[in-house]
Ligand binder design. Structure first.
Ligand code: GRF
Length: 188
C-alpha cells in the first residue's frame, strides 16, 4: 500500500501516522510528503524519516492550476491512497475524480457540524458541550464526504480556542492513524 500525504503545517498528524505505521510494522509505504508551504515543519518530520518530500508552492495559483500541478507530481507516484493531513488548499473536482474515494481527510469538528475554518471558535460560540474530529472520504463538496470515524471530547467552561485545539489534536493523533491502518490493511 502506497500513500502520498499532503500537508501545510506542523505535521503533527503526519508524525502520528508515521509512528503508528512503524510501531505496528504495517505494510504501508509513504512514498512522498507534499507541502504547499515551504515553512511546514511536517517537511522536516518527513525528511527525518527519510521520506521523499516535494514542495509545490501556491504562487497565487488558482484551484485548477494548482491541482493540475499536484496531479502531475502525484500521478507517477501511483498512490493507493492520498492522505490530507492539515492540507489547507481546496482540490479541484478533476483532481478528486482522478482518485475517487481514495482521498482521506481529517477535520477538526464533529461533521456535519462546522465544515471549513475556525471550528474551535464556532464550537465555543455555539456553547457546544462536545467537540471533536472526523475522518472522512474527500468528495467535491467541502468537508462533506462519507464519514468513516469520529472521536469526541467534552467542552468545559474554561476551554478556549487554544485548549480545544490541543484536545482535538490529541484525538486526531489517535484516530487518524488507526483509521488509515484499518482501511489499508483490511482483507477484501
Ligand atoms: C488538524 O487539526 C486537522 O484536523 C486540520 O489541520 C490540522 C493539521 O494539524 N485539517 P497538523 O499539521 O497535523 O499538526
Amino acid at each position: 500500500m502506497n500513500l502520498v500525504i499532503l500537508i501545510s503545517g506542523t505535521g503533527s498528524n503526519l508524525k502520528a501516522i508515521i509512528e503508528y505505521i512503524n510501531q505496528k510494522n504495517l505494510p504501508i509505504n509513504i512514498s512522498a510528503v507534499i507541502s504547499n508551504n515551504p515553512d511546514a515543519y511536517g517537511l522536516t518530520i518527513a525528511e527525518n524519516h527519510h521520506i521523499k518530500t516535494y514542495m509545490i508552492p501556491d504562487q497565487k495559483r488558482d484551484i485548477q492550476t494548482y491541482s493540475q500541478r499536484l496531479l502531475e507530481v502525484i500521478t507517477p507516484l501511483r498512490p493507493d491512497w492520498i492522505i490530507l493531513a492539515g492540507f489547507m488548499r481546496i482540490l479541484s473536482e478533476e483532481f478528486i475524480n482522478n482518485f475517487t474515494h481514495k482521498i482521506l481527510n481529517i477535520h477538526p469538528s464533529l461533521l456535519p457540524k462546522y465544515p471549513g475554518l475556525n471550528t474551535h471558535k464556532k464550537a465555543l460560540a455555539n456553547k457546544d458541550l462536545k467537540h471533536g474530529c472526523t475522518v472522512h472520504i474527500v468528495t467535491k463538496e467541502l468537508d462533506a464526504g462519507p464519514i468513516l470515524a469520529q472521536q469526541s471530547c467534552s467542552i468545559h467552561p474554561e476551554d478556549t480556542e487554544e485548549t480545544l485545539k490541543i484536545k482535538v489534536h490529541q484525538l486526531e493523533h489517535q484516530l487518524y492513524p488507526y483509521v488509515i491502518a484499518s482501511l489499508l490493511t483490511k482483507n477484501d
